[in-house]
Write a protein that binds this ligand. Structure first.
Ligand code: 3H9
Length: 677
């Protein structure tokens, strides 16, 4: 065996030269990998005793893409273009043996080989759009040559990987191998191949494609504010009107422009921010993790039922407890319906749905939870109710069991103190709908032990969620910042903006909905009490009039039977009356003022959260807003975006609108710095 460099080996197996790349964790195609691969291809090609070449990767995956961390640096050494040229120069058949996640530059490299074979569990795709990029190593030119324009357009614009079976059907790979050892099966395949077959020379599927195909595709797809998918379409289109080398050059120019774009910078930041979020400063790697097999959920309302499904979907047995039979039956009906819908929409097979549903055991007795390793309470959001449930759970559960609260706003320290085991209490703040939303704020009470925190974080991974650790305090991170925005939004409408204009500015910025549509969705009576309502705010007035949001058919907006909202003249009239009552003469408010007043106080609240140590890093706050609150990915998150605008601009804006900037924001603005990642 020849060790070409630390990550590349070349060896002979009979008359096949085997190149193995080995750069854990995901074999990203960094400079050393590119150099090694090129050198190995050259050497294998000159070996007269080798009839064909097999390229495989060690570890959990074939190349998962170009090395994203290199994109911000000046590129040195061999480029991915050099890699492509090296493949094109080889005079022997090259087989690519694929397993794991063959993504981006990984798939592009695979397509440089002459034959591709994969195990059934392999997944492959061009996810560059998720980083604000287009494929930049020939993907937009080779993919349509293999799978045709229609499938290539879908893959480069939605970025979703396809299965190996689908890849075989489309012509992206040549054979499915048995699951397991790729090397042995791919070697067998390599022994059968005879000819060199370069993808660049396969022009059938890109010849004679009518330009209308691309116009139709553009017209039938809405990419929202994302720029990259449209550019990717242009690159695939280029494959049908330019020769291969011209097409490559066209793609290269667009890739470079995209790499330097604000959107791609923000999306690459978000990629690494998400991965950093799982690493908690001060939490040692060797903290004991407790085994969680049996879980319980108290409260079978919408939230509790959703959380129960999340656990059941991940293979855990769940006891779902509700106080009375009727409420329990309603919860279980809702769960059954959710699984039926999943089957009807083809997202789940019937037997899998039945198995998941069967893992949720209904009960009206907390005592049935005695064997649970962890219980989440999802009861009514009121401190006295929460404390009562916590105390009861404390009495029923094993002393080593963990109790988690799903409170979204209440003081977790007070909740933990209602038990005799405050070190085993924490918050697991799921977002609604729990089965869909990836984010879970893992709330650390002052007393929560390191082991309990580490266990909860591991659990969020097991159930396919993204756990971000936050400190206890009203609203934790996400809702606390949301409240800062809502306060400004409420003032804006009193001063003269319509709620619908505020929402439009937010949706134009890229949020899926604005603050008032969001409030309607959550229910306007969430923090409203008829007994104490003073009728002093628009929300009070709406609730008093029975307009409690989407669920009651009206809130800020009027809703039709399909829950589609339209601006309501009733709300406008209530608002006008409220202004008169308060002696406010409405003024015209510009879109830019609305935008600044909705964003800057939210950023300011984030700065306070950082100052108070309630979030470990600014990027954790960004991840929370990106995954839990619909912050547009291409703006990178509020704290990142503040850095792009400039913190001094944010501080000046806050002062202009009468909001004192936080000391941290002031300090960083004065030093001309951004929030530290
Ligand atoms: C591209 O290829 C452009 C080309 O078209 C043209 C170029 C000219 N680079 O996610 P995980 C790290 S763009 C560098 O936790 P998983 C990651 O940061 C790229 N690092 O594991 C983490 O590091 P750490 C197209 C990368 O099992 C560690 O690996 N490709 C890269 O949950 C483990 O990652 C993509 O967009 C990378 N490309 O998921 C694929 N990928 O341990 C992006 C990962 O220090 N990657 N790392 O925190 C993924 O989607 C997932 O990482 C993957 C594994 C599915 C592969």
């Amino acid at each position: 065996m020849t060790q070409i460099n630390p990550v590349t080996t070349l060896e002979k197996d009979g008359d096949i030269a085997v190149i193995t790349l080995n750069a854990p964790p995901v074999n990203a195609l960094s400079e050393i990998m590119r150099e090694g691969l090129i050198a190995a291809l050259k050497l294998a090609d000159t070996d007269a005793s080798a009839r064909a070449i097999l390229v495989i990767c060690a570890g959990r995956t074939f190349i998962a893409g170009a090395d994203i961390s290199e994109f911000d640096k000046v590129q040195t050494g061999a480029s991915l273009r050099d890699v492509q040229d090296a493949f094109d120069a080889v005079s022997k058949p090259v087989v690519m043996g694929l397993h794991g996640t063959i993504l981006g530059g990984g798939l592009e490299t695979a397509m440089c080989g002459h034959y591709r074979v994969a195990v059934p569990s392999a997944k492959m795709g061009q996810p560059e759009v998720a980083l604000g990029l287009v494929p930049g190593a020939g993907g937009t030119q080779r993919l349509p040559r293999l799978v045709g324009v229609e499938s290539a357009l879908a893959m480069v614009t939605d970025g979703k990987p396809i299965s190996a079976a689908e890849a075989l059907r489309l012509g992206l790979i040549d054979a499915l191998l048995p699951e397991g050892d790729v090397r042995t099966a791919a070697l067998d395949y390599a022994r059968t191949v005879k000819d060199v077959r370069r993808t660049r020379d396969m022009n059938d599927k890109v010849t004679g494609v009518a330009p209308q195909v691309f116009n139709d595709f553009r017209e039938s797809h809405d990419f929202g504010g994302f720029e990259a998918p449209g550019d990717a379409v242009a690159c695939v289109e280029a494959a049908t009107r330019l020769n291969f080398d011209e097409g490559l050059e066209f793609e290269r120019v667009i890739f470079e422009a995209r790499k330097a774009s604000a959107q791609s910078l923000a999306m690459r930041y978000a990629f690494f921010a998400e991965r950093k979020a799982g690493k908690v400063p001060g939490l040692a790697d060797d903290v004991p993790i407790l085994a969680i097999k049996n879980v319980g959920v108290v409260g079978a309302g919408f939230m509790g039922s959703g959380i129960a499904q999340v656990f059941a979907n991940a293979g855990l047995t769940v006891i779902l407890v509700e106080a009375d039979d009727a409420a329990l039956a309603r919860g279980m009906d809702g769960i059954a319906k959710a699984y039926e819908t999943a089957v009807a929409r083809g997202r789940l097979k019937q037997d899998e749905a039945d198995a998941r549903r069967g893992r949720i055991k209904p009960s009206t007795k907390l005592d049935d939870m005695a064997a649970c390793d962890l219980v989440v309470e999802a009861v009514f959001e009121r401190m006295d109710v929460k404390k009562q449930v916590m105390a009861k759970l404390d009495a029923v559960l094993r002393p080593d069991a963990i109790i988690a609260s799903n409170t979204s706003f209440l003081d977790l320290n007070e909740i933990a103190a209602a038990t005799s085991r405050p070190e085993r209490v924490l918050g697991l703040h799921f977002f609604s709908p729990a089965a869909v939303m990836r984010l879970v704020e893992v709330v650390k009470a002052d007393t929560t032990s390191a082991s309990v925190l580490a266990t909860a974080l591991k659990l969020t991974k097991t159930i396919g969620k993204l756990g971000v650790v936050v400190g206890a305090g009203p609203g934790f991170v996400g809702n606390r910042m949301l409240l800062a925005r809502q306060r400004q939004a409420d003032w804006l409408v009193l001063e003269g903006a319509s709620p619908f204009a505020v929402d439009k500015v937010m949706t134009d910025f890229g949020f899926p909905m604005g603050p008032f549509a969001l409030a309607d969705l959550a229910g306007l009576d969430l923090f409203w009490d008829a007994a104490t309502s003073k009728g002093e705010t628009l929300r009070d007035l709406l609730c008093e009039a029975g307009r409690k949001g989407q669920k009651s058919g009206a809130g800020y907006y009027d809703y039709d039977e399909k829950r589609k909202g339209s601006p309501s003249p009733v709300t406008e009239k209530m608002l006008a009356d409220l202004r008169t009552q308060k002696g406010i003469t409405p003024r015209a408010i510009s879109d830019s003022e609305i935008l600044e007043r909705c964003l800057y106080p939210l950023i300011n609240e984030g700065a306070k959260i950082l100052e108070e140590g309630k979030a470990a890093r600014a990027s954790d706050i960004d991840v929370i807003w990106l995954t839990g609150f619909g912050w547009p990915l291409y703006w990178g998150g509020p704290m990142y975006h503040a850095g792009v605008i400039g913190l001094s601009t944010v501080a000046a804006g806050l002062r202009k609108y009468g909001v004192p900037p936080s000391p941290l924001l002031e300090k960083l603005a004065a030093e001309n710095k951004a929030f530290p990642g």
